[in-house]
Unconditional design. Sequence first.
Length: 274
Amino acid sequence: MIRVVVVDDEELVRSGLRLVLGTAPDIEVVAVCGGGAAVATVLAHRPDVLLLDIRMPDVDGLTVLRRLHAGPDTEAPRTAMLTTFDAEEYLGAALHAGAAGFLLKDTAPEQLVHAVRVLADGGRVLAPGVTSTAIGGFLGSRHGTDAEHRAARLTCRERQVLALVGEGLSNSGIAQRLNLAHGTVKDHVSALLAKLGGLNRVQAAVLADRAGLVGCLSAERPGQPERPGQPEAADRAEEHGRHGEHGRPAEHERRDRAAHPAPGPPPGTTGTVP
């Protein structure tokens, strides 16, 4: 069961969201409240997903989000900001504060239910009406960032996973697409986010788009099942290029082959050995 808390200053919005989400058999709205009680409510119920209004008169959503992420004793829930078209100036700040996505308050019921499931599974949600603004705001605040250079630090598999994060897939969706175990995908996502400088999932998705990875998965090696405990073929190839096939520096092995060339066939013989 996916546990959800809804925070909005309008009782009508809170009631409407509770009603819509209550129709899903796998979702439970455990609490609704305004901004002033948001932090205490989240800490009391520990939901999987938080739907959080950006602009509220008592305590705004950005303040709530920052307080939740600053707490040392608890992990903040996956949070989607509830917004309207006239709240564009807040979107970039919400990304940096740790938001996992943005939803319009008039999102269709079936899309809202789907969004909560995606959030609970570790994915991101961006309403079509705010996607360009959110991405533009984040990229505009990172002048001089070389997305391609940062993505190049990742292994082949991590670039594949990053590309699918950029497409908005959840961990389960990535696992199915690449034929990997769900836990393996979680490990890859954690590793690549750390290598990219501690970005959150939405920020990584933006970087993937800017690096040209989104929609280009076919340019990478197609997904193959991984054997537990063994490195991937592409990563072994990268390692082989640096260390050679016997674990020694590749340059040393090249020198050995030049000094002691392999014997050729006897003079006067041609063809292949039967």
